[in-house]
Design a protein around this ligand. Structure first.
Ligand SMILES: C[S@@+](CC[C@H](N)C(=O)[O-])C[C@H]1O[C@@H](n2cnc3c(N)ncnc32)[C@H](O)[C@@H]1O
Ligand code: SF4
Length: 390
């Protein structure tokens, strides 16, 4: 059975971090009721009902309320989102229910309210334990607040807590990242997501780099920092299960695994993407337009595409190869399998896994994951028109 999840997008942030290009808005960028937290909640309820009518009889295995900054909604509205999902869908008894929070908009009462509302997992944006790195990233919380918030979440009964880190920020040193890793481990969380800083077009960070105020992040530095972090987390009993995600065994984020393993999901909210049986669609981006379309009784869909067999194949290889469980070689044709053997010869894929019929990245392969994916896909013969893929 293909797992089914629901993603809910909350498009509000107290301020915008200079590196972030997510579909999110500050209060001053929004006006009118439809864009208020209550207007958003009313529209989200409508889209949840639309989703239930459209997908029919599916059990919800995972829910992820992300953003933006969901914690700005407060625990009551977040609980109302989950209540709406429960009233419209059959929800698995062991459903994973996650939400993202910014450290500065949480409190012990907030976490208690989330627990009461049925949430099982919290993800907090920490980014760094170094004050000067947080300043470059425009983060408004102190270095210690994320760790404190993670402890508060655990004290409120959350068994699953994630901290997000960003590494290779200009000005960050190896020691800064070591301190960030130590702080994460001291917080006692069971999951860490860590991404190298990406300079996204159109962001304040991109403008600063273009003006020469900040150097662009360096790929070699990013690779060294990735290894440093991996060594630290591994020594503490965490293991990578996706190139940018580590957890203690059993604490992997099931919702994200659904994305990476070709699952189905409905994305509720402005700009949210959905995927059902090879069809993908995305909602209108602006919160007011999204809400207005739902209020008028319509769908908030802005566009869609049906993935061809070749596109599905490319996606499958790209996503599965980034997982520690890797990918069965049966997905590849003879030329692709020969490329996998060459990658193993170069130390990028694991020899023993290859002999057992799977492509699994080695430690060095993880640093060059994109290259390995490209090598496998480029090597394959083009599929005959209409022939489809394995
Ligand atoms: C929606 S945000 C997380 C929740 C919350 N809004 C926060 O910032 O604390 C998801 C995560 O994506 C990562 N992220 C966003 N933009 C990034 C970028 N340009 N480069 C690297 N990581 C980025 C950050 O680690 C961030 O915590
Ligand atoms: S990183 Fe998080 S808090 Fe910062 S602008 Fe993006 S979504 Fe908002």
């Amino acid at each position: 059975m293909i797992p089914f999840g629901i993603y809910v997008h909350v498009p509000f942030c107290a301020s915008r971090c200079g590196y972030c290009d997510f579909n999110t808005y500050t209060a001053s960028e929004l006006s009118g009721d439809a864009s208020s937290p209550d207007g958003w909640l009313a529209a989200a309820r409508r889209e949840i009902a639309l989703a239930a009518r459209t997908v029919g009889d599916r059990t919800v295995e995972t829910v992820f309320v992300g953003g933006g900054t969901p914690s700005l909604l407060g625990a009551e509205r977040l609980a109302a989102v989950m209540a709406a999902i429960r009233s419209e869908f059959r929800v698995a008894p062991d459903c994973e229910v996650s939400t993202e929070s910014n450290p500065e908009s949480t409190s012990p009462e907030f976490f208690a309210g989330l627990r009461a509302g049925g949430y099982t997992r919290v993800s907090l944006g920490m980014q760094s334990a170094a004050r000067h790195v947080l300043a470059v990233l425009d983060r408004t919380h102190t270095p210690g607040r994320a760790v404190e918030a993670a402890r508060e979440a655990r004290a409120a009964g959350f068994g699953h807590v994630n901290l997000d880190l960003i590494y290779a920020t200009p000005g960050e040193t190896d020691d800064d990242l070591r301190r960030s890793a130590d702080a994460v481990l001291e917080a006692g969380v069971d999951h860490v997501s860590a991404y190298a800083l990406i300079v996204e077009d159109g962001t304040a960070l991109a403008r600063r780099v273009r003006r020469g105020e900040l150097p662009a992040p360096d790929d070699d530095v990013a690779a060294t920092r990735y290894e440093l972090l991996d060594t630290r987390l591994r020594a503490a009993g965490m293991r990578w299960y996706e190139v940018s995600n580590w957890s203690v065994p059993g604490a992997e984020c099931r919702h994200n695994l659904g994305y990476w393993r070709d699952g189905d999901w409905w994305g509720v909210g402005p700009g949210a993407h959905s995927h059902l049986a090879g069809r993908r669609w995305w909602n209108v981006k602006h919160p007011a337009r999204w809400a207005a379309q739902l209020e008028a009784g319509g769908s908030p869909e802005a566009g869609s595409e049906q993935l061809t067999a070749d596109e599905q194949h490319t996606e499958r290889v790209m996503l599965r190869l980034r997982l520690a469980e890797g990918m069965t070689l049966d997905l590849l044709d003879d030329a692709g399998r020969a490329a996998a053997a060459r990658a193993a010869g170069d130390g990028l894929l694991d020899d023993a896994a290859l002999a057992a019929g799977r492509a699994v990245l080695t430690d060095r392969g993880r640093l060059l994951a994109d290259r390995v994916v490209t090598d496998l896909l480029v090597a394959e013969e083009p599929a005959a028109p209409g022939a489809g893929r394995r």
